[in-house]
Design a protein around this ligand. Sequence first.
Ligand code: NAD
Length: 494
Amino acid sequence: MIDEKQIRKIVESVVESVTTSPDGVPKRVTSAAVSPSITTAPSPAVTPSAGIRGDNGVFDRMEDAIAATKRAFFEYQKFSIRDRERLIGILRMVLRDHAEDFSRRVFEETGMGDYKDKILKHKNCAKNSPGTEDLVSRSWSGEKGVCLEEYAPYGVIGAITPSTHPTPTMINNMMIMLAGGNTVVFNAHPGAKKCTAYGLQICHRAVVAGGFPENLFTCVKNPTIETANVMFNHPDVPLLSITGGPGVVKAAMATNKKVIAAGPGNPPVLVDETADLDKAAADIIRGGSFDNNILCIAEKEIFVIESVFDKFMLAMERAGAFKLDEISFNLLTEKAFIPREDGGHVLNRELVGRSATYLADLVRVNVPEGTRLLIAVTDKDNIFVQEEQMMPIIPVVRVRDFQEGVKFSFEAERGYGHTAIIHSKDMNRITEFARVMNTSIVVANGYSTQGDGPDDGEAYMAFTIATPTGEGITSSRHFCRIRRLAIAGSLRFV
Ligand code: NAD
């Protein structure tokens, strides 16, 4: 059995051999760079793929990527669940060792978020993504025989990844989908195509060096809506995994395929008069400012019960949030939402993921160095309350009482069914809030990321939180078919 030391040696030798060209795209690694020790791996023999070869998993055409990933699927079926776990271990190691590298590339290419937070996000993903552990088979036995149910792969999964977390979503998806025995082809956001291809190639080299087939995961070099449509309509892709905003979720749902869709969120926070206001303030700043608020689960608007409203605002300022006055907030609103001809508006993508200091500068407000979050007092109909802003400015709304707070929170969540947060010491209220909100995640008395990942809270972590299709925080079994073997009249031996 190949151990972690050997795998690390292989990965290091492969990664060292990656020479980066001036455009940041790594060159193909030569076969000499692959350690001969892989021949000692007990895995089934790897037959070379026929057809068009990609460049370490990166293809020019979506059709070729799908064909190669399909061939890889059949090869992958020869590997045991233990092998899959070893593969996931390799991916964890790559992600951990490249946390800084991937974060820097994502930051440089997308211009969104906070570099240091991204490193943490990658490291947490390496550690806390689920593996094969929830593929637990079920069995029943009785006088009529035995029934066994197992989790089986679908085949080639077509995955769409967002610009907000391109590499962690891709590698988290790889771990979860490959744990289930599938292979996966990615269509990244065009604005994150270089870091996605780079990350995929690093993972590809490491996995192949670890004795696994080529093209277990692939992507296209230049992802577009057209390449996504090829994937959406391809007969060899039985399952789509969509992580993105409302447009792509709608487009994928219009296909005839099974879809696991992780759509947008607009998580409200309700603070009641029983809450520990200083803790609530610290939690909201921590969750709402992380990676400049680009997480779909991050705090996006706050409703506070009138009797503690002023005290809460002071607690927020004490904890480091900067309060914008009405004029500056209105100015920022004009810059953040561009009016459309039909009277609506569209989010200004230029401001998504920018820092609090950048946003304050934009409206000519001086904020103390290190300010991570801006807040502003407004009413429930304000556009920042109703839209998913993905930038570190959070509106705060006064509510008459708990019931009004729940009602406004429900309306602001807009039926996405994503995430909602409450700060309260009253268990009955927490229960009622969770029941009414009907979201995939409810966090009580904590910050948003405590709902997704054991470094902050309990349970595993996923970057694809399937809200409209209901799987919630996805794990391996969601990407598997359940198959039953019924043995009539035998095998019951007691
Ligand atoms: P986006 O919707 O602009 O793009 C997401 C992906 O969909 C990209 O790869 C993009 O190229 C593709 N895409 C967009 N429209 C498409 C279409 N019509 N056909 C095919 N592909 C299409 O979103 P983004 O800015 O990259 O990411 C942020 C959004 O994603 C936010 O709304 C956020 O809430 C959501 N998100 C949700 C989750 C979750 O787990 N629920 C996780 C991350 C991000």
